[in-house]
Design a protein around this ligand. Structure first.
Ligand code: BV8
Length: 239
């Protein structure tokens, strides 16, 4: 199937669901989740770092990893793929539901609204333990991580770690979009992380994958486009 063929599927679809992963932001300069880690964290697998267990065992190392990633993300811009999705949704209100595994906020910065962010947002924090009266997010003691200066409750990134449940309502909305779509575009994900990747197998309509490499979801696809998000999405989403 060619890009033009999938573009025709987009044109004929009443409802398009889009599931994106870290590859969506690669052309913005954000390393993908499975790119080799650099610096202090080179010897760690992200799946080991992105857990509550790792955070409790070594709060400052995990907090610094997120601070390092936040800084990298603050310096980049959404790419043509992010913009194509946002502009299509604006031209065709209600026809596109955007579901992302990414925590970088680039879809939102490109202008996409109502983004179903399955794994949270790296730019936000929350309390690690249930906050008590003394826990005041506006008056935390500085540190890595910041914490409540009365009870020591730590701040943590507001992302979904491995072993943690996805936000229930957001995931239910994503499942509903998958079940009602005529077409699902699966862009920039290796398809290894569940339950997000399972949405590509729940899709009612056809599934088209956009990825320069093979993925674990290729067998579920009606079309596999070997290309990158920033080059292929503008072609698929042009009117
Ligand atoms: C949960 C936030 C249960 C943190 C992330 C079956 C069912 C349910 C769960 C499981 C299951 N099997 C295993 C599990 C457990 C686990 C899991 O999936 N493990 C896998 C790895 C085996 N899942 C969980 O733990 C989930 N929670 O199930 O909880 C539960 C239920 C009730 C109560 C309690 C518990 C939570 C998973 C969420 C983890 N958090 N992120 C952070 O970021 O620090 S996931 C993380 O991986 C990122 O969000 C990332 O987006 C995501 C997925 O990776 P990808 O996006 O696919 O990125 P990757 O690097 O892998 O691939 C990039 C792709 O891009 C590649 O294919 C590449 O070719 C392509 N690419 C590169 N350049 C481009 C490109 N594509 C296009 N254009 C380009 N230019």
């Amino acid at each position: 199937m060619s890009n033009r063929g999938v573009r025709d599927w987009v044109r004929g679809a009443k409802h398009v669901a889009v599931l994106t992963g870290a590859g969506m932001s690669a052309e913005s300069g954000v390393p993908t989740f499975r790119d080799a880690q650099t610096g202090l964290w080179a010897k760690f697998d992200p799946q080991q770092l992105a857990t509550e267990e790792a955070f409790r065992a070594n709060p400052s190392m995990v907090w610094d990893w997120y601070a390092f990633r936040r800084e990298a993300i603050a310096g980049v811009q959404p790419n043509a793929g992010h913009r194509a999705l946002a502009e299509f949704a604006k031209r065709h209100p209600g026809r596109l539901t955007l579901i992302t595994q990414n925590v970088d906020g680039l879809h939102q910065r490109a202008g996409s609204e109502g983004v179903l962010a399955l794994h949270g947002n790296i730019a936000q924090d929350r309390w690690l333990d249930t906050p008590r009266d003394c826990c005041n997010a506006d008056a935390v003691a500085a540190g890595s991580p910041p914490c409540c200066d009365r009870c020591g409750n730590m701040r943590r990134p507001a992302v979904v770690w491995f072993g943690e449940a996805l936000p229930q309502l957001v995931f239910a909305q994503a499942e509903q979009a998958a079940r009602h779509c005529d077409l699902m575009l699966v862009v920039g994900t290796s398809g290894l992380v569940y339950p997000a990747a399972g949405l590509a197998r729940t899709a009612r309509g056809r599934v088209a994958i956009v990825n320069p490499e093979p993925t674990a979801l290729d067998d579920a696809a009606d079309a596999v486009l070997r290309g990158t998000a920033a080059t292929v999405l503008p072609q698929l989403l042009e009117d």
